[in-house]
Design a protein around this ligand. Sequence first.
Ligand SMILES: *Cc1c(COP(=O)(O)O)cnc(C)c1O
Length: 367
Amino acid sequence: MKIDFAKLTYQYNLYKNEIDKAIQHVLNHGKYIMGPEINELEEKLCEFTSAKNAITCASGTDALLLAMMALDIKPGDEIITTPFTFIATAETIALLGAKPVFVDIDEKTYNIDVSKIEEKITSKTKGIISVSLYGQPSDLDAINEIAKKYNLFHIVDGAQSFGATYKGKAEVHYCDIYTTSFFPAKPLGCYGDGGAVLTNNDELAEKIKMLRVHGQNKRYNHKYIGINARMDTIQATILNIKLRHYPEDLKKRQQIAEKYTELLNSSTHPLILPFTKDDRTSAWAQYSIRVKNRDEIQAKLKEKGIPTAIHYPMPLHLQECFKYLGYKEGDFPVAERVSKEIISLPMNPYLSDEEIEYIKEALIGDK
Ligand SMILES: *Cc1c(COP(=O)(O)O)cnc(C)c1O
């Protein structure tokens, strides 16, 4: 058997007729930048999440940048976040001249350990960026309590979590700004780069819309120093179609995660399986487990046609680009340990029971 990690082309073929027609329509109408499909998508994103505002943009990285630019992040500001995430979360903080201040993660959810945030707050701290890793929201209420006490903003980096819920609602309702990514391999992906910023704050939304187009309030009038971070119309038309099918995708990802957990729960082969708190749901961007002998297991699975991925092999405080921050090995022991043991198994809405069974056999079977 040969298993596909994300089955992206399989999904394209399912919706091929709709998608080909929609792309052709954009090619014909010619509004390649900010065409009507952009507005349509922004309205649908608001409907999907009940957010007051959705602003599409060119990537999840730009979404973070736009969010922090809207909040006036400046050189010298400190922003608290997790070291166990994709580089973009902290890179965008540093790009604005601010300082990423890391806090270790929770041993079970791999999200920021809220009990360790307060000790890192200084007079320079401006905000907290929580990351909904693998699709699961962090302890948003507890973070908001701290944010309120110290007058900090809270951005949720939801690049992996679009469609997840916290206490029954989308995460945008539990932060100042929620950002997400539509990179092809994210749970809701387009066919190139794409992202969005969601917020219930109308003032921030207006500013983000301007920042996305060179800080412009009218053509050739520039209120702010901005960037070019628009989503392509072609990507929006693809997302308009995929969003219609997305509730079903989310359901299937949930069922597949449950099937994995049911099959991999084994007392003779103790693996550490994903843990989702019961007041929230995950978008299941990844199904990641922890093993002791990762290299060996990865090679064994590869031999059997099962691709795996490591999210992420090196926590951000140990990355060369952040050397200047002065962190060292041992500073965040949980993130360091998890980064050595974590391995992501194939995850997409189309994994069959037979495939999951096969992966289980390869991992803990006797054959
Ligand atoms: C993918 C990802 C991003 C960046 O999104 P892009 O669309 O690739 O720019 C940011 N943060 C996290 C946690 C991600 O997983």
